[in-house]
Design a protein around this ligand. Sequence first.
Ligand code: ATP
Ligand code: MG
Length: 287
Amino acid sequence: TNYSCFSFGFQIDECLGQGSFTRVFKGTKVDIREGEEHRTQVLLKVLDANHKDYWEAFFEASSMMSQISHKHLLLVYGVSVHGAKNIMVQELVKYGALDLYLKRKGSVSVSCKLDIAKQLALALNFLDEKNIVHGNICAKNVLLAREGDPSQETSPFIKLSDPGIKVSLLDRNVILDRIPWVGPELLQDPPILSLDSDKWSFGATLWEIFNNGETPLKDWDLEMKRRFYGTYQQLEPSQWTELADMITQCMDYQPASRPSCRVVIRQLNNLITSDYEVLHASEAPER
Ligand code: ATP
Ligand code: MG
């Protein structure tokens, strides 16, 4: 098998940081088309040498992402798991991870947050229809391509990132640490990963979005996290009851009871309508 599928050249530029299993770099992709050179800025993920046993899962995540195409899914140009280095080449997303962005900004409008939630639900619906489990949905893996500005009537634009190493391959402690994003069914013996698990993670991600990127259960140790699921607890509910209901429905301990993507999208649309009415009632144009 030829695991390397680059149809382009690339160079590695500066290091941007460290992920759970990877080091990320800014880079330049160079294609020659019709005798002309085209250069594009890209992001390179290099699998850490001490995690190189995961190369097959790394390849799997890359090829899953490069085989599907949706406006709210990150573009993956190629992967190489040949030789010493395992490298994934993907689209560089301008504003980076959503959790950090929300923390940094502090005050992103409710309508922008709703736009983001809706776009993520569309990505989820697309995967659902294709019967593809993502397995690692969280605000950290939602990347922001464009900022929203309600005064300019521009919407934010997000891209769901690759899932990285498949959750079912991870050590139990790593999975425990992913509480509250990981569906509780992944801590069963044997762990069960299905489309329903992504719904749970979507619920936790909604919570992060509407709490300005705050990390849920931050600083909780693994035993406390395990007990959180063991006693069927829920994240602190939002003041906005319709939103709190949605999150609770997604984070249902019974995987089969979680709502379908269609229902999630419909509920989000209803949230937008009611939000609009509340926030804009006084300034509605006269008809
Ligand atoms: P994992 O996805 O395995 O759970 P992670 O998200 O921490 O872990 P990476 O996906 O490798 O690890 O990403 C590391 C960091 O690099 C992200 O948190 C984000 O800040 C940044 N990043 C990742 N992909 C992109 C991208 N395509 N464009 C811009 N920044 C990115
Ligand atoms: Mg990631």
